[in-house]
Ligand binder design. Sequence first.
Ligand code: EPZ
Length: 420
Amino acid sequence: MDYLRIQGPTKLSGTVTISGAKNAALPLITLALLAHNPLKITNMPEVADIKTLLKLLQNLGASCTLQNHVLNVDTSTVNHTMANYDIVKTMRASILVLGPLLARFGHCEVSLPGGCAIGQRPIDLHLKALEQMGAQITIHAGYVHALAPEGLKGAHIIFDKITVTGTANIVMAAALAHGKTVLVNCAKEPEVVQLCEILRDSGIDITGIGTSELTIIGTGGKTIDMVDFEVIPDRIEAGTYLCAGAITNSTITLERVRPDHLDAVTAKLEQMGCRVECGETTMTIHPAERLKHVDIITQEYPAFPTDMQAQFMALATLSSGTSIIEERLFENRFMHVSELQRLGADIKLNGHTAMVTGGSPLFGADVMATDLRASSALVLAAMTAEGTTNVHRIYHLDRGYENLEQKLQALGASIERLKE
Ligand code: EPZ
């Protein structure tokens, strides 16, 4: 198993190029299941989660080649409809094949993803919506068995909660359903918006893109002549590098970003005293003279993202005063707290709220990554801690950050990948 060794404190400078968004790319890969033509998708991040999903598509019979961030995918040869446990257990986003497979083939069997490190993460809203579209769903032996032999029917669906992959799954199902589907209380994340835009550009009648209500007229089971496209930049990777600048008191520039996707993150950095300068596709972080404390509540887009909560917690350990960080999306997304405490951070947890009192000096230690974003928070903290930090279990990090140590090395960090 690999781990990262980081020497702190460190100063960064220069420019970093942001990769394509993992969380946009995952549903976009499963979107290819609705296409009858081969597709070329550019700016594909080469991270473990993407490779896992491609393996799943290949198991279904698709042909996929990923080279130099270009994915060529052809699903016309898909002849299996079972997403088995071995793959789904390693990556929850595999559930994104459910809507497309059912809509295209009228049946599928997808392993239940189960809980994960950040919370229970049920898929009840995906299943309920598909039932409203006429699917018969049964759970047997750990698998969701979904049947809609006559095809899915358009329906009026109100999501009880805003769900990102739930919205994506049902949008894809609705695109091939018979008739009109209205989805209310949808996720408005840029990743969902891009999925809808590609469907629209491929000729699907879809309105309300970027709002919480989407209306989709399905093709009645016919697969789609889909356009080629480029994956949007990863706003969470970008936010993580902005935090890297802020935490190391360094000016760095990010290239290939969408600054408008990061408004809530930028606002919090500015409240902390940093200055963020935005170009059309660039962002430069100028660090604060003295970091101020900040209060954060994680919510759905366009509010502050849960995927940036851990990184801001690392940042708050350096600020003056006490920051209050409330996690509203996931019930267990504070696993990084005890690891940050190992580095010397003063953090008190009370249910879904963390109180971070900044200013205690951080010292390098051995710490353990517990999930993807928690891992990057530990790397950030390690770059400001005095001495050597070893971040173990970085396979979490490899799931979603492309070449993290190379990108940080190029900015001047002392970070290396070693074997346990
Ligand atoms: C997506 O997860 C992201 N993953 C997550 O990114 C991100 O943290 C999350 O959205 C929130 O922004 C991908 O895009 C692949 P949800 P998702 O369904 O779609 C509850 C990362 O680090 N819920 O929007 O699984 C759920 O438990 C990851 O890159 C139900 O109750 O999240 C949660 O409390 C981690 N029933 C809330 O809704 C359901 O059927 C939001 O979850 C579905 C969700």
